[in-house]
Ligand binder design. Structure first.
Ligand code: IMP
Ligand code: MG
Length: 179
């Protein structure tokens, strides 16, 4: 897999340090509240599993799978729920955990969708954001890293469902996209 990689953007050590900070901050902010962490499959799975172990208050976990229609590197803004939450979030404080915010279209849809279910609050925690490509405004309450306009893989993020298990965040060689 590392043969396909052009460079490392963020190392596993840098990620671990940041995830610990995010976990501490979330623990303070949600103390005494009913917190449910909603992971967006599949990209957020690695981030979520590290993050929850840095959060020191009780929490629930649930998942959603969504697909945004479009090509493998470009989302169209039309979001479809493939797999919905198991739990009711009425009255709960919801923290959406996402791998990356690119255009923001997926997250905008998710925040609105979950707010409509009578959650007490809906906030967002994302590992990465790419401000260069934002199309809609979404408030990122917790954000790990801002990255340049390059397609990132690793630590849960994929290209054609590959590279999710790389321990850091990497940029692929150009020939991988064009082949
Ligand atoms: P958005 O709706 O354009 O913000 O796209 C969000 C989704 O697109 C993310 O949840 C990722 O699954 C995917 N995505 C966007 N940029 C990247 C990237 O650089 N690498 C891997 N996946 C990405
Ligand atoms: Mg995703």
């Amino acid at each position: 897999m590392l043969n396909d990689v052009e460079k490392c953007l963020i190392s596993r050590e840098q990620i671990a340090e940041k995830v610990a900070l995010l976990g501490q901050q979330i623990s303070e902010d949600y103390r005494g509240k009913d917190l449910i962490v909603v992971g967006i499959l599949k990209g957020a799975v690695v981030f979520l599993s590290d993050l929850i172990r840095e959060i020191s208050i009780p929490l629930y976990i649930d998942f959603m799978a969504v697909s945004s229609y479009g090509s493998s590197t470009e989302s169209s803004g039309v979001v479809r729920i493939l797999n919905d939450l198991d739990m009711s979030i009425e009255g709960m404080h919801v923290l959406i955990v996402e791998d990356i915010v690119d255009t923001g279209l997926t997250l905008k849809y998710l925040v609105e969708n979950l707010k409509n279910r009578k959650a007490a609050s809906v906030k967002v925690c994302t590992l990465l954001e790419k401000p260069a490509r934002r199309k809609v405004k979404v408030d990122l309450d917790y954000n790990g890293f801002v990255i340049p306009d390059e397609f990132a893989v690793g630590y849960g993020l994929d290209y054609n469902n590959k590279y999710r298990s790389l321990p850091g965040i990497y940029v692929l060689k150009k020939e991988i996209y064009s082949s």
